[in-house]
Design a protein. Sequence first.
Length: 584
Amino acid sequence: MRKKFVLTFIIWLICFAAQQTHATITAQLDRDRITEGETVRLVIEASGQVSAMPDTRPLDQDFEVTGTMSGSRVNIINGNMDSRTTWTISLIPKRSGELTIPSLKVNNDYTPALTIQVNETSAGTEPDADTPIFLETEVDKTDPYVQGMVRYTQRVFFAVNLTQGSLSEPEHENVLVQKLGEDREFQTTRHGKTYYVIEREFVIFPQTSGSLVIPGPVLNAQIPENTHRQDPFFDRFFTSNRPIRLRGEAITLDVRPRPKQNKSPYWLPAESIELLETWQPEDTTITFGDPITRNITIKALGVTGEQLPELKFSDPEGFKLYPDRTQSSTKNLSQTIQGEKILRLAYMPAQPGKHTLPAFTLHWWDTTTDSEQTVTLPARTIEVQPATDQQQYIPAPALDTPKADNTPPQTARHENIFNLDDNKKSGIDTPSAFNHSGWFWTTLLFAALWLFTLGRQWRRRHHPPKSIEDDNTSRLESKNARAARKRFLYACQVNDAQKARHHLLQWAATHWPQSPPRGLEELATRLNDPAVSKALTTLDRVLYQDDKDNWNGPQLAGLLTEFSQLNHNRNKNKNKGTLPELYS
């Protein structure tokens, strides 16, 4: 009897275990007909406690899985225990039409296959009054020029609470996109129904011509789940949300190429162009050695600052041009953008006189009137007066000192020699007679003096001596050169580029007093050394591009000192001066 009871119990356990391992699987959809972009929920339920998750990979072909939730419950009725496991899978269809939800594996069981009808969204048609949320997209033109601006607008209309929303921006591999300002929020009425609206604006710039399709924006959000409870208390505190995904209408652009009649070296499609300029100094008369700076500002509606062309300039007659780095920027304005570019052109006079700085002309294509336009800043005539400061260290005019007598030195001594009778007449006591030896030595001395005088005359004729004036001038030149050189080296030591240039030209003026260099470029030409020329060009550039912080003064001082010493030694060895030594 006991054995029979044990056997019956074992059989019961086996049957119970078999029942638990073979759970009942069911599957159903919360809706069998939806519109493209809406979410449908697949609910899978298994009897018993099941730890494994359903394999959702077969869904990826036609659906996007946006979330999965699981839960379990246990019911005990009349002593009988009933346990169940539930999975809720949120799906968004990838296409319209009749779609099949395939069987999904759960442990060793499979869910039944289901079908759902996905209706296509009618692009460009007004939604009906029952639509709780929808998208709109629009552009201000569908046939822009290549690199021309297109205003692109997105709007989200919703009549329900919208949470966790995200809206994609327009994108395309051949389009540049820039957002305009902040989102706008307002209310409007469609079909007698009030909608809240979120509006975003962009400007897009197609970079290639031809047909170009901008995909519609995608909205991902959470909206309240439609429930049929009649209890407002539970509706308030236990309302659940469901995810949705909506795609807006795609936009097709027919992008036109650059017109053939546009002959400009650059392509600039814009809505309007404005040129502004300032001059520093504003006076049209400047002193040689002083720069004049022209600041030009280009303002263009409908383009970014990066789209404004890089312009090339050449040296105008009578000036050396030093263009500074351009500054570009883009400003967001109301429903458009404005690109700006600032050009800073520093002109260094190359010679005194009247010279004309050329007009500045910009060619552009007016996208409003569909025509080529030009905008011009007028030319400006500048009078460059000779510099006076460079004469400060040029040697002064000749000193009023007596000139040396270049006649033979036949002076009082000679007269004393030849006027013996006059001495007697004047009562001067002299010997009554010279003896023979006295007359011999006197005659010999006279002959020696006469030969000495002839030698002096021959030397002066072939080697003219320096006058007192020349000697004083030479000493003054040397003193001025040393002073200017000392001031130049000190300016380099303290990295004062402006004073270094000033004193360097003064130093050079002491070596070319008749035709002092009028600028660093002319000085570099006279010195005829590549390294020195490069260093002087750098000094000019940092002065007129306001880049003094990056100048190395001690390097220039060392280079010029080394060059001057080498040139001095070279001329000394050759015993001739091919170049005046800048070394004093």
